[in-house]
Design a binder for this molecule. Sequence first.
Ligand code: DAH
Length: 350
Amino acid sequence: MDIVPFLIFALFVKNMKEKLNKIDESAQNFIIKSKNDLENFRLKFLVKKGILNTLFLEFKELPSEEKKEIGQLLNNLKKSIEGIYQSENSKLNKEENINNQNNELPGYFSELGSRHIISQVLDDMIEIFERLGFSVSTGPEIEDDWHNFSALNFPKNHPARDMQDTFFVEEELALRTHTSSVQVRLMEKGDLPIRSIMPGRVYRNEAISARSNCFFHQVEGLYIDKGVSFSDLKQTLYNFVKEFFGPETKVRFRASYFPFTEPSAEMDIFLGTKTESDNRLTKGTGWLEILGCGMVDPNVLVNCNIDPKTYTGFAFGLGVDRIAMLKYGVKDLRTFFNNDQRFLGQFQSL
Ligand code: DAH
């Protein structure tokens, strides 16, 4: 190539480079703060009649030697401008999303669990007896014949065993029918005196209805010491009832029979007959039985290696589910165990 055309060529390329740089610079410095700015950017650089396209049209007219050099620069410029457009566009979209979020939508709500109402009632009962000086003991739910029956003065084949329809696991093993079995275990340990309550679940083979279930809960109480009398028993139970149901609660003792206590009694509390459910629960009498009790039968003490000439004691067995029904006006025992959250959720606790 002659020197003159070469110089013209070099000058042209230099000018072109400067022009493209300037355009690139103006694209970089274009202020884009809104969708509107972005659209102006697009109109200036990217549409058919915009700067880029015009440059490409000019480019087509160039002689082929110049095309080589300039082509690359032009492509770079195109990439750079399109890149700016895309990244600014996605930045603005993101901002728009954030601004459009409705801050008043409710947050994700996670349900707070709470203790089962029967556990809450059990805890309340335990707390009252602890204040009266009782400790808490527990025993197994699968129990042998000795602890559930024989030691408690139920002779073999005695009809008293029929009072409690039993679920047998094996011949000599059953689901305990009452928490009185824990009394025996405690007395057998021989740590006297004993002043303890024994909360737990018990099982009976009964038809399920609004008033009875095949499992329920009891709190057994046992006080063995020298000189314990029936009046101690009455005072303890009065105290409990007044604490639990309120100071005005009316109670009565009725003579009863249990093989393991002598004398035996049952305690009723007065509900009245004002409401339909009080009538139903009390079978029209106004009174509802909540516990069995009595002085521990000397035979039971002997069975547990305690000398009945030195020691006497009282025992009682409270029905927890019944007490929960009474306290909270629950009409059907089964609702405690259907696991319906609409029911259980009414009894919130920490
Ligand atoms: N174990 C009896 C029952 O389940 C209740 C009971 C009655 C317990 C008298 C006692 C008691 O400790 O002295 O029906």
